[in-house]
Design a protein around this ligand. Structure first.
Ligand code: SF4
Length: 330
């Protein structure tokens, strides 16, 4: 899980994904759902960046923009120094090989009418790699790597348990030896007892193949297990990022998320900071800091001025978007 160089594998700058909201008889788009709004991040080779936020904060949309399943509204996505945000068709193929996704629900992401062997063979066929014998050998190797028996290749996804299906999804994601895997809530749909097996498999694969992960989750306890660094999103924007967030959370939203992680010692009393209310609509976000209707520390400035993401003096890897932290009242 350790980065081996300071040169980012992936750089995202000022990324926006605004979906038009069509209304009226003419279906005119007078409003936009600002699912991702001016997000920047880097991922180093071999690093895991945990991307955390409540449902509807834009984290999955951000992952899909990076995987180029969506065409972003604005901003840049650079992979190994090459901009990929506007590539289309065959120009995207080499990057599809290098950037893969694992989805939350393997039952939905795996074609139910294809055998597991067909599913794992497909990436090689799309990329025109190897002949039938090569592909059959690779399918057997992939099943072995993710801990499934060779006979699985002739079975259908519905014949497997949830954890086994996610192993198939993971095998498919690493089939083409990618550099970056975007894991979109890969254990959220699984029993707790299976979650740690899948997380340990992902950690082992990362060590073996020097993979980088963007690990998306709503549960900080899960992300803590696997991430080198964290990025907290709220309503389409970055609230806080850094590698010391667990020790030293500064944004009130992050503080509440961390206080909700169950303590390893059940006898140790942890003061929970409960946040009331739901995430507001990304179509009509609150003015100023979008967290202000739920924040226990809201000041007048919070209702008017959007807080900037600012490097912290004692730790430049730590950035926070909060007036209370960056411009404390005197
Ligand atoms: Fe709370 Fe204000 Fe900081 Fe937003 S900017 S998190 S409302 S203190």
């Amino acid at each position: 899980m350790r980065p081996v160089t300071d040169h980012p594998l992936l750089s995202v700058r000022n990324l926006k994904m605004h979906f038009p909201v069509r209304e009226g008889v003419l279906l005119r788009a007078n409003k936009f759902n600002k699912a991702v709004d001016d997000v920047s991040l880097d991922i180093l080779p071999g690093e895991t960046l945990g991307l955390v936020g409540e449902s509807g904060c834009g984290k999955s949309t951000l992952g899909r923009c990076i995987a180029r399943l969506y065409e972003p509204t604005a901003g840049t996505i650079s992979f190994e120094g090459q901009n990929i945000e506007s590539l289309k068709g065959s120009a995207l193929l080499p990057f599809r090989q290098n950037i893969q996704m694992i989805f939350q629900d393997p039952m939905e992401s795996l074609n139910a009418r294809h055998t597991v062997g067909d599913i794992l063979e497909e990436p090689f066929i799309v990329q025109k790699i190897g002949d039938k014998a090569f592909r059959k050998k690779r399918v057997a190797e992939l099943l072995d790597i993710v801990g499934l028996p060779a006979r699985s290749s002739s079975r259908y996804p519905f014949e497997f348990s949830g954890g086994q299906r996610q192993r198939v999804g993971i095998a498919r994601s690493i089939a083409l030896n990618p550099r970056l895997v975007i894991c979109d809530e890969p254990v959220s749909a699984l029993d707790v007892s299976i979650q740690s097996q899948i997380l340990n498999l992902l950690i082992d694969l990362q060590k073996e193949f020097n993979l980088s992960y963007l690990f998306i989750a709503h549960d900080l306890a899960v992300v803590k297990h696997i991430s080198d660094r964290l990025l907290i999103m709220y309503l389409g924007k970055v609230a806080e990022s850094g590698n010391s967030i667990y020790r030293d959370p500064l944004h009130p939203y992050t503080q509440s998320l961390i206080s909700a992680i169950p303590a390893p010692d059940p006898h140790r009393e942890v003061k929970r900071q409960v946040i009331v209310g739901d995430v507001p609509s990304a179509i009509d976000p609150p003015r100023g800091c979008s967290f202000h209707p739920r924040c226990p520390h809201t000041m007048d400035i919070c209702k008017e001025k959007l807080p900037s993401l600012v490097d912290q003096h004692n730790d430049p890897s730590h950035q926070v978007a909060c007036h209370l932290v960056n411009e404390p009242p005197v």
